[in-house]
Design a protein around this ligand. Structure first.
Ligand code: ASP
Length: 344
């Protein structure tokens, strides 16, 4: 259970949770975060010391970019010692990318960093925002034997706590917006919050938090579809400054066997572009070599993304490329779990 004297830092980045209807346009637009605390007076009952930081320019999460992730990581670095946990209020649209990016940027994390948001603004009658916000704070504050219960970057949404590197936004209409297809939930909120201790990562040796400050955005997603033309593949593989491709393939990592296709991928690999094979399926894993349709990729030097999500793959590649590791190091790190993003 949580203890009093607990300090939580709440960072509001934007998103529906803090939006109102703009009377001029009729569209939802972000507004001043202070309003949120007025909307949730229940928070005072925790007895926690809650501090809030609002982004100078709050954003709809469709406008989130790597610099924002670095800014968030630096905010956590700066405030790490003063707070027991962190809650990041964020739009749902790209929350899975942001939670993945933060996971990679924060190494040896020993405190909870909980992302949440909502599908309906917090001021509306049927909002899911209050519940999400209150439970996220409770989880960020939860400790046992003086230790945080969830020392990970997570997403809390609609009664479930997920590992940050494992989620996907799967529903635009309903409150249960997220899924973690390849990894169990870390906790469920019912009458009580029940933690799935065996799924939570507890560091064996406690090390000092290490914050990374660089991401390389020169990556692209190449999503395959039947009938994909050489022009589409070429447009992506020949992009200026391109350093990494997430190849969203079929099933367990399969792709067309046409010579032109394999050749374009091979040429990209030879030019030094890292190509990571990720499945288009929501659940399951890439397993190259099972079918003939993935053998060519393997031979061309494509790497297996295993059961990684596209969101985690994009941010992991940006992270690895940002640290200027050499090709062999990148290959090794992609095959390993750095923040619980793959079953390695
Ligand atoms: N467009 C909003 C955003 O991602 C949607 C949301 O918050 O749920 O910022």
């Amino acid at each position: 259970m949580s203890e009093s004297g607990t300090s939580i830092l709440i960072i509001y980045t934007g998103g529906t949770i803090g939006m109102i209807n703009d009377p001029e346009t009729g569209s939802l637009a972000p507004f001043d975060f202070n309003h949120i605390l007025h909307q949730v007076p229940e928070l005072n009952k925790f007895g926690f010391n809650l501090t809030t930081i609002t982004f100078e320019e709050v954003v709809d999460s469709s406008n989130v970019h790597p610099e924002i992730w670095i800014h968030l990581a630096e905010l956590i670095e700066k405030n790490y010692e003063q707070y027991d946990g962190f809650v990041i209020l964020h739009g749902t649209d790209t929350m899975s990318y942001s939670a993945s990016a933060l996971s990679f940027l924060l190494e040896n994390l020993g405190k909870p960093v909980i992302f949440t948001g909502s599908q309906l603004p917090i001021g509306t009658l049927r909002t899911d925002g209050k519940e999400n916000f209150i439970s996220a704070i409770e989880i960020a504050a939860a400790r046992k034997n003086q230790q945080p219960l969830v020392p990970e970057v997570c997403i809390f949404f609609e009664n479930k706590l997920y590992r940050g590197t494992r989620t996907t936004k799967h529903n635009a209409d309903y409150f249960d917006a997220f899924r973690s297809y390849n990894y169990p939930e870390l906790a469920k909120a019912g009458i009580n919050i029940t933690y799935n201790y065996s799924a939570i990562h507890y560091p064996v040796i406690k090390r000092e938090l290490k914050v990374y400050h660089k991401l390389d955005p020169n990556v692209a997603i190449l999503k395959l579809f039947p009938g994909i033309t050489p022009e589409v593949v070429e447009a992506i593989t020949n992009m200026k400054n391109l350093k990494g491709i997430i190849l969203e393939s079929f099933g367990s990592g399969n792709a067309p066997t046409h010579e032109w296709f394999i050749e374009k991928i091979r040429q990209a690999v030879q030019r030094g572009v890292v190509v990571l094979n990720v499945t288009q399926c929501s659940a399951g894993s890439v397993d190259m070599g099972v079918y003939e349709t993935s053998l060519g990729l393997m031979e061309a030097g494509v790497l297996s993304g295993k059961d990684i999500t596209t969101e985690a793959a994009v941010t992991k590649l940006m992270f690895l490329l940002g640290q200027h590791y050499n090709k062999e190091e990148i290959k090794e790190y992609l095959s390993k779990s750095l923040r619980g993003e793959i079953n390695a």
